[in-house]
Unconditional design. Structure first.
Length: 136
């Protein structure tokens, strides 16, 4: 299975909906899917990107940040956890932020303490003394 195709269960976790809900979306054609030769549905990553929020929610800070810890950093990119991979003392966490991806390496203990799971809403905090701009 190519990396750009996800099982319905994995897609449901990323989108933060239940497996039965995602299956109904497939049947109602609210989300496009492909079938494997064995007849199993697979969801293209482009469909996941289409359904993830493209912009930050607006409103009072207390409501937007909900359970986030108070922190002075302002460069917070809010998205959904796509994957958490553990390897020894480290964990690789990948977030989907709109149509973009950002990956961070954190301690495995921190990832376990936060109970990070695909589909969770999370923020990446970018803290740097320099930011470079690249014309694309």
């Amino acid at each position: 299975m190519p990396a750009s195709l996800l099982s319905p269960r994995a897609a449901a976790q990323i989108l933060g909906v239940s497996y039965p809900t995602l299956k109904q979306w497939i049947y109602l054609r609210k989300i496009k899917s492909m079938k494997t030769p064995g007849g199993h549905h697979r969801i293209p990553q482009t469909e996941i990107d289409r359904l993830l929020p493209k912009k930050l929610e607006r409103g009072p800070v207390a409501r937007r940040r909900g359970e986030f810890r108070r922190i002075s950093g302002r460069n917070q990119l809010v998205g959904r956890v796509l994957a958490v991979k553990y390897d020894g003392l480290l964990a690789q966490v990948t977030l989907a932020i709109g149509e973009q991806r950002i990956t961070s390496i954190i301690t495995a203990d921190a990832a376990r303490e936060m109970r990070l799971q695909p589909g969770d809403r999370a923020a990446a905090l970018v803290k740097s003394t320099e930011v470079m701009i690249l014309l694309v």
